[in-house]
Design a protein around this ligand. Structure first.
Ligand code: AMP
Length: 289
C-alpha cells in the first residue's frame, strides 16, 4: 500500500496504471478517516469489484458548518493506514487542506431537489461542500467505480444526481449500513458519545427496525404522519435525545409522500442529538418491485 499526499503524484500513479493496462478497473472509497468497519466494508466491496482500490482520507472543511465539529473531528492516521491495508487498499490519497484548496474555490456545485430536505435542511451548505470535494476527487482519481455507504443515504442520492447530471463516467456503488452488535450504526463520531448517551442512542436502530417490520406487515398501507408521530414518541422516551428530524420520503428522489405505499421505495431517516453528538440513521423499505 502506498500513501500519497500530492495531487500530481496521485495523477501520475493513475495514468501509469492506465498506460500499463487500459482496461484496468479503479475503485475509489472517499472518507474523512477515523476508519471503522463501515469504511472497511466499502474497501472490501471495492477490492472484490475492482483491480485497484484507492482510499481517500480528507476532512473536508467545506462540508462543515461554522458551528460544527471540523476542528475536533477525530483523526488517527496510523490506525487508519493499518485498517486500510488490512482491507486490501492499494493507494491512500491523504492531501492537506492547502493541497486541495490552495485558494478559495470560486466554482460552486449546487445540486437541487435532493438537498433541500433532511441533512441538507439542518446543515446549510453541507451538500455544496460534498459536491465540490467529490467532484475534485473524481477529477484527480478518475475512478471507474466509487463506493458510498447507505448510512448517508441522502449523500448517495445527491452523488448519483451529480454524476448523472454532469455525465461523470463513474459508477456509484451503494453499500449497506454496518452496525455494532447492539444495532448502533457505526460512525467516526460515535467516539464522542458518553456511556449514558451511547446506551440511549440504541433507540434509533431499535425504532427503525420496529417500524420497518410494522410497515412490511401492513403492506405499506400506513400514513406517514402517523408513523412519524409513533417514532417521535419512542425517541422522546430517552431523556438525552434531542430530535433534529424524523422524515419519511420516497427514495431516492426524496419527495414527500402521504402513505408509504405511494412510493416504490421509501426511506425512514432520523437525525438525533445525544449531548454534543449528532447521529443519523435510516432504513430503506422496498414496497413495490
Ligand atoms: P465518512 O468518513 O463519515 O465521510 O464516511 C465515508 C464513507 O463511509 C461514506 O460513504 C459513508 O456513508 C460510509 N460509511 C460511514 N459509516 C458507515 C457505516 N456504518 N456503514 C456503511 N458505510 C458507512
Amino acid at each position: 500500500m502506498e500513501l500519497i499526499r500530492q495531487i500530481q503524484d496521485m495523477r501520475n500513479v493513475i495514468s501509469n496504471l492506465r498506460a500499463d493496462k487500459p482496461s484496468i478497473r479503479i475503485g475509489f472509497v472517499p472518507t474523512m478517516g477515523f476508519l471503522h468497519q463501515g469504511h472497511a466494508s466499502l474497501l472490501q466491496a471495492a477490492r472484490q469489484q475492482c483491480d485497484i482500490v484507492v482510499l481517500s482520507i480528507f476532512v473536508n472543511p467545506l462540508q462543515f458548518g461554522p458551528n460544527e465539529d471540523f476542528e475536533r473531528y477525530p483523526r488517527d492516521e496510523a490506525r487508519d493506514l493499518a485498517l486500510a491495508e488490512a482491507a486490501g487498499t492499494d493507494f491512500v490519497f491523504s492531501p492537506s487542506t492547502a493541497e486541495m484548496y490552495p485558494r478559495p474555490s470560486k466554482t460552486k456545485i449546487l445540486i437541487s431537489g435532493v438537498t433541500e430536505q433532511l441533512c441538507g435542511a439542518s446543515r446549510p451548505g453541507h451538500f455544496d461542500g460534498v459536491g465540490i470535494v467529490v467532484t475534485k476527487l473524481f477529477q484527480i482519481i478518475q475512478p471507474n467505480a466509487a463506493f458510498f455507504g447507505m448510512k448517508d443515504a441522502q449523500q448517495v442520492a445527491v452523488i448519483k444526481q451529480l454524476v448523472t447530471d454532469l455525465n461523470m463516467p463513474v459508477e456509484i456503488v451503494p453499500c449497506a449500513i454496518i452496525r455494532e452488535q447492539d444495532g448502533l450504526a457505526m460512525s467516526s463520531r460515535n467516539v464522542y458519545l458518553q456511556s449514558e448517551e451511547r446506551e440511549q442512542a440504541l433507540v434509533l436502530s431499535r425504532t427503525l427496525k420496529q417500524m420497518e417490520r410494522q410497515t412490511i406487515e401492513a403492506g405499506g398501507d400506513l400514513p406517514t404522519a402517523e408513523l412519524k408521530q409513533a417514532i417521535r414518541k419512542q425517541i422522546e422516551e430517552m431523556p438525552l435525545a434531542d430530535i433534529d428530524y424524523i422524515e419519511i420520503l420516497a427514495y431516492p428522489d426524496l419527495e414527500p409522500i402521504e402513505r408509504l405505499k405511494d412510493a416504490k421505495q421509501v426511506i425512514i431517516a432520523l437525525a438525533v442529538r445525544f449531548g454534543k453528538t449528532r447521529l443519523i440513521d435510516n432504513v430503506i423499505i422496498q414496497l413495490q418491485e
